[in-house]
Design a protein around this ligand. Sequence first.
Ligand code: HEM
Length: 408
Amino acid sequence: MNEQVQPAGGPLFDPLSPDFIRDPYPHYDRLRTIDPVHVTSFGQFVTSRHADVSLVMRDKRFGKDFVERTKRRYGPQIMDEPIFRSMGHWMLQADPPDHTRLRGLVVKAFTARRVEDMRPRIQEIVDQTIDAVIDRGHMDLIEDFAFRLPVTIICDMLGIPEDHREVFYKSLRDGGRLLDPVPMSPEEIAKGNAANMMAQMYFQQLFELRRRSPGDDLTTQLVQAEEDGNKLTNEELTANIILLFGAGHETTVNLIGNGLLALHRNPDQLALLKARPELMVGAIEEFLRYDSSVQMTGRVALEDVELGGKTIPKGESVLCLLGSANRDPAVYPEDPDRLDVTRPNVRPLSFGGGIHFCLGAQLARIEAEIAIATLLRRLPGLRIDDVENPEWRPTFVLRGLKRLPASW
Ligand code: HEM
């Protein structure tokens, strides 16, 4: 029977509460132990064990079914809201065959080879970012350091001209609520519509520019696919460029920020990594596991599915807690709550799984590797001002810091 388990000590899953945002991991422990397939007060199913999360993301009995899922949550009128119409065209929210078609149009830009070729450019941006602050003796590791690299790289990939970029460097980064499993208020929806409209207006201009003067970039590629007919509509083109722009930076900023915080909270690991820089590639996997910048993805049951002794009825949403799966002792028996940059066999679920596995995974890994390695090498005396009480952004799915002041 699908009982709602709400033990003493508060609700098991209250992901926007300040306590949860500050440290979700004790909450995940309780979920995995007490009610690993938990039903929320919004009627969603929450999976927290590695095996279940992994299965739901890969199993064909689950899909995205975005329009029906969103109508169930907000009511039938919701798809009149421009922001939800736009999200409905994201490949991230699409099922085959649309998903296959949309992903197929961009996948080549993200192959391991293409991404490896970007190393010199990534190194150049990181060095310039450090050059700009090195004489100051202090900076905000988020705003002044982590933010600049992924935004510049995704602007390069999308062919956004240099003199258009300043506005993106100043953008507010508050689109995160769109992905959270707690419904948005009418004010939040209105804000989402406004931000989406601004982005659409900008990208329509960029499409015009790239039609007139094509470049070696993703926007040109997609604009040409749109002109070929049958491959994608103008709405799909705009929505997926906006998705790539958002997915391409927010998550990577937070991987770099969360990784730097974790390292400075564990000085033995920081010292080890400084002494043995060759551990950095494995350390990035451990940062992804230890405090993932994406905490959750979701699926919808396309038929009735039995899971963990419960029946998930067709049409119901299943939340996959990636951050919880990454600390499941069934997979990481050696003290999963400890940061260990030498941990063997780390395979975090932070990039999701199945047909939606993150397109930018290898790019994000290389950006974080070069950013963190260069920072440790060039600013060896760097210290975070307050490692105990940093300020987290108020969103759940995208987990990251508002700021992280540091000095050297
Ligand atoms: C999808 C995480 C960086 C583009 C996803 C998904 C996750 C994720 C969890 C959903 C997978 C699923 O539902 O199974 C991350 C993390 C990143 C990161 C943790 C950085 C640390 C990037 C970057 C880009 C990107 C740099 C692009 C430049 C995408 C796209 C999708 C996606 C386009 C949708 C793929 C699809 O539906 O087929 N990512 N991502 N991501 N990501 Fe990332």
